[in-house]
Ligand binder design. Structure first.
Ligand code: PXL
Length: 282
């Protein structure tokens, strides 16, 4: 990272609910990295756990924003994509990556579209197949097991074994330029694992574990991906970045447990002050 490192994140603004851009912007900024945003849609809340939310699709704003950035000569060292508002946006995003990423820049794709064996509202297999094409532009793809199964047309189950997780990560490496970070290795009682696979060096494949917290929260994938992107961009290896991001997310969930009024995202703000220590000690 240099003092001029700039990241663009493309995902929705959920006005309330602690996910997507409202999570990515503060977390990546806390790593000291300038973060620009391209909102894919504006929603009153995230879709899981709420009903009757508003949804303004910004698909047709993307080309004109790109055009303006072209005129201004604006480029990014990394592009990180999350929740995308429409299939058509996936094509626009491919153009944005092709035109706005600096040579040698990194692409992080979180195919945020499903969890716990089901698509989020509004997504389907056609979207997943198209998302697979975007994943192929990613230097890193960061799916949970549900998203991985939709990308691979595989049956999901809540408890893949360690070997099954490794096989899925290997199959997913066809969907990435380089790294697969597959979240949700659940087979250990007290620890949650993720497979960190480098397709150029299979011998470097690792399973990184963090203590498990038995609590379901929304937006934890976005907290994890944002901390992973920040760690990677300050020069940490994929497995160290996965450990830092896993630890950060776990702490944010722990801060949220016990607050019965907080059934949406996680209180990641309270963990931001601990980030410098996490970065130093892991
Ligand atoms: O955290 C994933 C996410 C992001 N954005 C929106 C969502 C969700 C998950 O439900 O609904 C709008």
């Amino acid at each position: 990272m240099t003092e001029t490192t700039k990241i663009l994140t493309i995902q929705d603004i959920s006005c309330y609910g602690q996910c997507s851009i409202t999570v990515a912007l503060p977390i990546i900024s806390a790593f000291g990295i300038e973060t620009a945003v391209l909102p894919s849609a504006v929603l009153s809340t995230h879709t899981s756990g709420f009903s009757g939310y508003t949804f303004r699709d910004l698909t047709e704003d993307l080309p004109s924003i790109q055009e303006h950035w072209e005129k201004e000569g604006i480029y990014f060292d990394a592009i990180y994509t999350g929740y995308i508002g429409s299939i058509k946006q996936l094509d626009y995003i491919k153009d944005i990556v092709a035109s706005r990423l600096k040579p040698g820049g990194q692409v992080f794709v979180d195919p945020a579209m499903a969890d716990y064996g089901e698509f989020y509202y509004g997504f389907d297999q056609e979207f997943a197949d198209k998302m697979g094409e975007l994943c192929k532009l990613g230097d890193y793809v960061l799916p949970n097991t549900t998203e991985a199964c939709y990308l691979l047309h595989k049956e999901w189950k809540p408890d893949f074994s360690k070997d099954e997780m490794l096989d899925i990560a290997k199959e997913l490496s066809a969907f990435t330029k380089r790294h697969v970070i597959l979240k949700g290795d659940n087979h250990k009682e007290d620890e949650l694992g993720m497979v960190v696979l480098d397709k150029e060096d299979n011998s470097a494949t690792k399973i990184v574990y963090n203590d498990k917290v038995n609590h379901m929260s929304h937006g934890t994938g976005d907290v994890f991906a944002s901390a992973f992107v920040g760690s990677s961009m300050i020069g940490k290896t994929p497995s160290v970045s996965a450990k830092i991001a896993g630890e950060f997310t776990k702490k944010a969930i722990e801060k949220t447990i016990g607050d019965s009024t907080h059934g949406y995202g996680v209180k990641f703000e309270q963990v931001l002050p601990e980030l410098p220590d996490l970065i130093k000690t892991i």
